[in-house]
Ligand binder design. Sequence first.
Ligand SMILES: [Zn+2]
Length: 403
Amino acid sequence: MSSGALVLRDGVAFVGPELERRPFSTLRMEDGLITGIDESVRGFDGLVLDLAGAFVVPGLIDCHVHFDLAAHPAAYGHWSASPLTRSMTCLHNGLVALTKGITTVRDLGCIDHLVLDYAGRVESGSLIGPRVIAAGRPITITGGHFAQYGRVADGQAEVRKAVREQIGAGARVVKLMATGGISSPGDPTASTLTQEEMAVAVEEAHKRGITVAAHAHNRAGILAALQAGVDSIEHAAFADDESLEAIISHQATLVPTVSALNNIAPDVGIPIETVRKSLQARQTYVESTGRAISAGVRIAAGTDAGTALNPIGGLVDELEMYCAGGMSWLEAVAAATVNAGALVGGGLGVIATGRPADVIVVDADPGEALTTLREPLHVIKGGALVDLPWVRQTIAEVRAVAS
Ligand SMILES: [Zn+2]
C-alpha cells in the first residue's frame, strides 16, 4: 500500500460549496488531499474502500468548543485539575469527536496554552485527534466574562499585547469577550471590551491572517464587535433584528451554540446563578437563533462543548435545533461543513479536487434526516482512514483519567 492513498468506490458524495449530490465510481485521495472524482485509478496501489452506495459528506466542523473541559456541572472547575488530567481530557475529547465525524474543531479559549500544545501535537501527527484551530486564552476586561480564567486586558495597548501573546504561542484564532456571559457572574448583556479595544485586536490578528471571534450576546456588544471588524459572533442569545442584519451587512458569521443550555437544570451541581440565568435565557436564545436563520444570517455550527453537561459530540443536536428554527436538513449540514469551513479556513468543509481529504461516510442521505450523521460508518481525516475500533477502545481506557 502506498502511503496515505485511498480510493472510495461507488458512493454518493455531497460535492462543492452547494453540497450537490453526485454519485461517483471513484473518489481518490492522496497526500492529504482529494485528488480526483471519477478519474481513472488504473495503476493505483493504495487502499480501496467499497461504499456500496453509502453517502460521503465533508468532515463535520464544530466551531466552538473548549477541549480541555470535561462538561462537569461546575465546568470551569476543571481548569484547576492537574495538567495530566487536562491533557487526557483533550485526548479523550479529540477521540470522541472523531467517532462523531467531527474532523475539525475551533477551541475558543482555555485558562492557559495547553490546547495550543495539543493542537500542535495533533498537527504534527504525534497524537490522533481532529484538526484544532485554537485561540489560547480568551481576551477579556478586568471584572469581565471569564476574567478569572482569561487574559485580562484593559485599554488598546494591553489588548494588542494580549493578542500578540496568543498568536506568539500558536493561536490561529483570537477570542474576544464583547459582553458578559450566562455562565459567569454579572449581566450577560453588559458590554465589556470596547469597540476601540476590539478594533486593535482585529488589526493585530488580521495582519497575520488570523480570524477573530467575539463572544457577544446582545445588540450593543454585537454592533461594537462588528464595527471593530470581527469575523464571527458567538452566541447572540439576546440579539435584536438590527444586530442580526448587521451580521449580514458586515459579512460576518454567527456561531449560535444554542444547544449549550439544553441540559442546564437545578440541583445537579451547576452553580445556582448559572442555572437561573440559563433558564431565563433559554427561550429567548432559541428565538434569537430562529430569527437569525429567517433573516438569512450565515451560520456556522458550534456547541460550546466542554461547558456544563454539554459534552463533546453534541453537534447534531445543535444542527437539529437549527432545523427546528427553519433550516432545511441540507442547510444544517452546510452549517457544520461549508460555512464552518469558510470560517476556519484552510479549504476545509468542501469536497472538491485539491481540498483537504476530510470526509465521513454515512449510511443514509443527511439531506433527508440528520440522524445518520450521529454514527458515521467511516471517518477519513487528511486522506487517512481513522481506525474507529482502536479509537473507541482508547476512549474507554482514558475516560477515567480524563474526567
Ligand atoms: Zn465558549
